[in-house]
Design a protein around this ligand. Structure first.
Ligand code: ADP
Ligand code: MG
Ligand code: ZN
Length: 644
């Protein structure tokens, strides 16, 4: 910037020389130099302008005409605004002279004609004075801005310690809702949790009731459960029922790049909350700050620990009857620092689990309130079909169905939209069907393989539908069962698990039977992974192999970075490892043989079903079973379901 400023100064014309020489005299450096340079320019330029012209012998108008005729003039610049001509003479090395012009333009005609006749360069020039004035103005402004900026920087660094606090404060990201508008009625399917939290509402509404008998009101409640089960909703409902403000912040927002910011946010949050008591403070994802201290890869996280310490301090810093109740949510209670769970802090834990059938029905009723349902829709049927759905999944699914209904210009949601919405939520967005190709055919055989086993094997849920309409996420097609009540509890028998493994292997089995060993594709990767998981768990956790009921591995093999990173969940010798591998392999190979045998023996039905699938792209369960019944004799059915 310094250089370019200098350059622009030099190029400014007559007064440039003077300014330049004075400017280089100043000894300051850096940004200050620039300011100085310009300031001096400002001061010097005004007198300099007038001096340059005065120093020379004035040239008259007639004198100029003479010089033109004599050929001594190199160039003339007409400045009509100021009524002067800048004359550059050849002998004087282009140092210009000013000649006054006539006020009336017509009277200057002779000069122009003479110049033309003698081949003198004629130029119209913008007002030298005017340009100097604007130049002064812009540069003075720039200078002041720069000085202002410098002063601000100086002042800032002057009291940096005070600055850090308001820095954090200005970016505080907690939210306050005076009224959440959510009531317990809006929360369904988690009745036990609701009951437990009913008490919290009473703490907030009538604290006297408890303090009168000397009871200390708990400060913190920890909601524990998988995502989407309604933890946030529940916390809001408590605030709504008690009619108190709701402060919320996410644990991840506490953890910032700058050390100290998180802690200052905690302070701000509690300060605001105390001003607004009684109220609820909701800390979402508390595991983000509340992890066990002093663990994790690469040592502790100072910032996080400071934040957590601040949180603990704040929680200790007010009396139980201050009217503030802190509700925190997490799905990882196991990684939380034990100090957080001590009495006087989050000593109450409330489980918020995935809803059961009754729960799902309740949630569906809540979210169907504001939707138009066709009379043939049964919420019971939907609840039965959606084991494993969280409250958020159900709400999302009903909303998708409503969107589809609007898109199809229907009056009310029908079972068709519900169906499509369930697929959309569970499997993915529908994509355009594939063109007829070898790939499409292979996918059809693969999916028919799954669907056929689902239909033939005895210990399975019946086929709902099989389709080769691709879905987002690289899904070429799928065969899916009607979920049964059994899957609700996750209580699976050995025979059900074995049949399940065979169904998973059915896709690859069909590929191999039909296209041969060399043509199988990696489209079965997911299936094979699932099979490996199932078979291994049968052996090492469920005690369902010849090794007997030995717990050889623990559930939840995930690695928690917060705690026991190298968590050993393996509890057997090397010899046992070999035996386990052998058992797993036996299960998988036997199931695969069985799957291939069923495909082979029903090849005619398989071919017919593939043609049908290629034609229709989707086969519903009933139609599928009908076709299978036509092609399979009762004798063959007898062989099905042999024990291994
Ligand atoms: P979490 O905080 O447990 O992850 P949320 O409370 O954010 O879950 O739930 C997201 C949305 O899902 C809610 O706004 C609500 O619409 C719906 N939802 C979840 N659980 C329930 C429930 N038990 N009853 C009614 N709606 C629910
Ligand atoms: Mg939430
Ligand atoms: Zn498959």
């Amino acid at each position: 910037m310094n250089d370019s400023q200098k350059k622009s100064l030099i190029e400014q014309g007559q007064a440039g020389k003077v300014r330049h020489s004075r400017a280089t005299g100043s000894a300051a450096t850096g940004a200050l130099t620039a300011v100085w340079l310009m300031l001096q320019g400002v001061l010097v330029s005004a007198p300099a302008l007038t001096q340059t012209t005065k120093a020379q012998e004035p040239l008259s108008y007639s004198g100029l005409l003479e010089k033109i005729e004599e050929g001594q003039v190199n160039k003339i610049e007409l400045d009509t605004a100021r009524g002067v001509a800048q004359v550059y003479l050849k002998e004087r090395n282009s140092t210009p002279q000013e000649v006054a012009l006539f006020a009336d333009d017509r009277n200057n005609q002779p000069l122009i004609e003479a110049a033309r006749a003698n081949n003198v360069d004629l130029d119209a020039q913008p007002t030298a004075d005017g340009s100097a004035a604007t130049w002064l103005l812009t540069h003075a402004l720039l200078a002041f801005l720069l000085i202002g900026g410098l002063l601000m920087v100086l002042r800032r660094s002057g009291n940096a310690s005070g600055q850090a606090m308001s820095f954090g404060k200005s970016r505080a990201r907690f939210m306050m809702e005076a009224k959440t508008g959510v009531m317990f009625d809006d929360v369904a399917g988690i009745e036990e949790a609701k009951e437990e939290l009913q008490e919290v509402v009473t703490f907030l509404k009538k604290p006297e009731k408890f303090t009168a008998v000397g009871a200390k009101i708990p400060k913190g409640v920890l909601l524990v459960g998988p995502p989407g089960t309604g933890k946030t909703l529940l916390a809001k409902a408590i605030a709504g029922e008690a009619g108190v403000p709701f402060f919320s912040i996410s644990g991840s927002e506490f953890v910032e790049m700058f050390v100290g910011v998180g802690a200052s946010r905690v302070r701000d949050l509690f300060k605001k909350a105390k001003e607004n008591a009684p109220c609820i403070i909701f800390i979402d994802e508390i595991d983000a700050v509340g992890r066990q201290r002093g663990t994790g890869i690469g040592g502790g996280n100072d910032e996080r620990e400071q934040t957590l310490n601040q949180l603990l301090t704040e929680m200790d810093g007010f009396e139980g009857n201050a009217g503030i109740i802190i509700i925190a949510a997490t799905n990882r209670p196991d990684v939380l620092d034990s100090a957080l769970l001590r009495p006087g802090r989050f000593d109450r834990q409330v489980m918020v689990d995935l809803p059961s059938y009754q729960g799902r029905l309740g949630i569906l009723k809540v979210h169907a309130r504001n939707k138009k349902l066709a009379p043939e829709i049964s919420l019971e049927a939907i609840a039965r079909r959606t084991p494993g759905f969280s409250g958020a999944d159900l709400a999302n699914m009903l909303n998708e169905a409503a969107i589809l209904t609007a898109r199809r210009r229907k009056e009310a949601l029908t079972p068709l939209e519900i169906d499509d919405a369930i697929d959309r939520v569970t499997i993915g967005l529908k994509l355009n069907p594939l063109m007829d190709s070898k790939k499409k055919r292979l996918i059809a055989y693969h999916e028919i393989g799954h669907a056929l086993l689902m239909t033939l094997l005895p210990n399975t849920d019946p086929l709902d539908k099989v389709t080769i309409i691709p879905r987002s996420g690289g899904i070429g097609g799928f065969a899916k069962p009607v979920p049964s009540e059994d899957s609700d509890f996750g209580l699976e028998s050995r025979s059900r698990i074995l049949d399940n493994i065979k169904i998973y292997l059915g896709g690859r089995a069909s590929e191999e039977e039909v296209f041969g060993h060399d043509e199988v594709t990696q489209g079965a990767t997911g299936d094979i992974q699932a099979v490996a998981d199932y078979a291994r768990r049968m052996v090492t956790r469920y005690g369902m192999s010849e090794l007997g009921p030995l717990a050889l591995e623990r559930s939840g093999g995930e690695i928690f970075l917060g705690r026991d990173l190298m968590g050993q969940s393996v509890e057997y010798s090397n010899e046992m490892a070999v035996k386990i591998d052998h058992q797993v392999r036996t299960i998988v190979f036997t199931c695969y043989e069985e799957a291939r045998r069923l495909i082979r023996e029903n090849r005619i039905a398989v071919d017919r079903l593939v043609e049908l699938l290629l034609e229709q792209e989707t086969i519903e369960g009933d139609q599928f079973r009908q076709v299978v019944a036509e092609y399979t004799s009762s004798a063959e059915q007898q062989l099905v379901g042999q024990k291994i």
